[in-house]
Design a protein around this ligand. Structure first.
Ligand SMILES: [Zn+2]
Length: 330
């Protein structure tokens, strides 16, 4: 893969290729945007291009250097913080201590993934290093919550903002994985602009379990399923040992379903629904819905999602939300 192959981020590819052509490489780049939009991929392809022996504004993907970077086996590229919940000062120290003159007249590329999850100590250690960056070194910070980075670091970086991916692009990708048009459509809507969970979403098993769970939710709304049974099904679907964890995910699915019912039954719009596979069920069983009840239920979902931000007792919030919704249904 090369920079050229990165999809849906043309503005970024264009910029990176232009600085490569001019050989004016800033000492620090900040790749911001949501997870699953190609930030790490772009950082790696850029590292390849900076060290490729055959190409000036991209990488050939064939030379020893390109192959080594592709397999994360090139000493000129250091990656820290990948998949980390916290970026500790030790990681930064290890990165700095590995400092050397880049091989083959190339560039040393330090990629700090999840940089927004750095501890204050890690940030200050990073800052000292970034204040006097070594020659032919590029530091690439990857972050989702840019506002968490200290201004002193942010102001030194050239920020490249990654866009959310289009539903059409995600749908095409899902179809290439062998999904039917309908399943790919559902996946593209669930993915919500990011490839982060695309592998999970695209598995046939996941989609099958999800469909069953959605039917339980709809039956719950018809007052045909009790709270405890619904929670049991949520456990089956989410695969969690803790019967009612992931409350946010639960409420998110619930919210899409309420929106779908509103679209189909009140607005008679079948084009913009998320749960395409539940369309028949909704049209059939929810032809006459009480609009004010829908709004009340939606209100409960919003309120509980908000409560999840400040309260750690997820289980109770989920339970309380479901009993409140049940009251609205009755
Ligand atoms: Zn190459």
């Amino acid at each position: 893969m090369a920079l050229e192959d990165i999809k849906e981020q043309d503005h970024i590819v264009k910029y990176l290729k232009s600085i490569l052509r001019k050989d004016r490489i800033p000492p620090m780049l900040l790749l911001s945007g949501r997870k699953g939009t190609g930030r790490f991929l772009a950082a790696t392809m850029f590292a390849k291009a900076l060290n490729c022996v055959n190409s000036t504004d991209d990488c050939c993907d064939k030379c020893k250097s390109c192959v080594a970077i592709e397999h994360r086996a090139h000493p000129n590229m250091i990656v820290i913080g990948r998949d980390a919940d916290v970026v500790k000062i030790e990681y930064i120290r290890d990165m700095i201590n590995a400092s050397f003159v880049p091989l083959n007249n190339g560039y040393r590329v330090n990629i700090i993934d999840n940089s927004d999850k750095s501890t204050p100590e890690a940030f200050s250690c990073m800052l000292k290093y970034l204040e006097e960056p070594p020659e032919r070194t590029v530091n690439i910070l990857i972050a989702e919550m840019v506002e968490l980075l200290p201004e002193t670091i942010k102001s030194r970086a050239v920020e490249l903002k990654f866009r959310s991916l289009s539903a059409a692009f995600i749908k095409e990708t899902a179809k290439k994985k062998g999904l039917s048009d309908e399943d790919a459509e559902i996946v593209s809507k669930m993915a919500n602009g990011s490839m982060e969970k695309i592998k999970l979403f695209s598995s046939k098993d996941f989609l099958k379990k999800r469909k069953i769970f959605i039917e339980y939710l709809l039956n719950f709304l018809l007052d045909e399923v009790i709270v405890s049974k619904l929670l049991e099904e949520w456990k089956n679907f989410s695969g969690s040992n803790d019967s009612i964890s992931n409350a946010k995910e639960f409420f998110d699915i619930f919210a899409t379903l309420l929106q779908d019912i509103l679209f189909v039954s009140v607005l008679h719009d079948t084009e913009h629904i998320t749960n395409v596979d539940a369309l028949g069920f909704i049209a059939d069983k929810f032809a006459f819905v009480d609009r004010s009840k829908l709004h009340k239920m939606y209100g409960v979902v919003l309120e509980k999602n908000q409560a999840l931000l400040t309260n750690a007792i997820q289980q109770y919030i989920l339970l309380d939300g479901l009993f409140k919704i049940k009251e609205v249904i009755k």
